[in-house]
Design a protein around this ligand. Sequence first.
Ligand code: ASP
Length: 345
Amino acid sequence: MTTKPNILLIYTGGTIGMIKDYKTNALRAFDFSQIVEKIPELQQLNCKVTSISFDEPIDSSNMNTKYYIDIAEIIESNYKNFDGFVVLTGSDTMSYTSSAISFMLENLSKPIIFSGSQLPIGDLRTDAKENLITSIEVASANKNGTPIISEVCLYFEYKLYRANRTTKISSEQFEAFTSLNFSPLAESGVHLKFNEQLLYQPKNKEKDLIVRKNLVNEVVILKLFPGISDLVVESIFSIPNLKGVVLETYGSGNAPSSENFIITLKNAIDQGIKIVNVTQCKSGSVMMGHYDTSLMLKNIGVIDGKDITTESAIAKLMYLLSHGLSAEDFTMFFENSLRGELTDK
Ligand code: ASP
């Protein structure tokens, strides 16, 4: 990085890219090729911003693994020419998408900052400008030419988070995201303060970026609730070609101890289906074996999700399932942190 950092802004869709037509009062998509002209503040930043947009921007409810690959390929083909990337998506599924991208990009040594907003960029009270401008600042922040951030992050409402630790918690508040098991990587006040000791330090800086595009989407999230019937559980586990299940359990990883339930899970594991135990709680960790009701899961070979989020767990399943790992290796990789997504103990 010699002169001004080069930042690529990737717009995939979502509220942030909308503008109010004051004649009709309706929201319409914004032409992102004109973003620098439309937001003159961007010219005051100490970096060069280039933008690229999906041909047909999507509401993030329509996000899927094909779009994950599209985002990863845009980053891959521009990786050498840019110092940092800001990816704008709708906030609804941003934690899933950014978690998936964090696994798909191996040997990452540049910043990838996901952001969006609750109000369109053209709205008078918009949160979009601050989110966008600070995301670009974070993506261009460097120390003597070395980027401060070299991981996938999510910036929203004055906080920079490790993306694969986040969850959307509000459809109303500007503070729409949280990361309860991992402190923010930076906070934006009068100054942008990085929490330096938490930042991911790339081990393979010299290695080339590898983009893993094979994702397995024969996976499901099963959230337990008191009264869930055997028929429902059995039906989920008999989905043809099912490869992995994120099992959202209670508290520190507890589940019903009924024989039918345990046998259904054990049969699935024996057939090679991976089952990961994550907690329904927003903070804290699974502790398999802490109670009898989780010891049984441990004994039949359920994988310990520790303090991973559901969003990150489903992304990690999709990513790891494509690697053709042995059962032991799969468990070992899942139970250890690959991108800072869980707390190794
Ligand atoms: N429904 C929108 C989306 O996720 C909301 C947003 O942009 O924040 O695409």
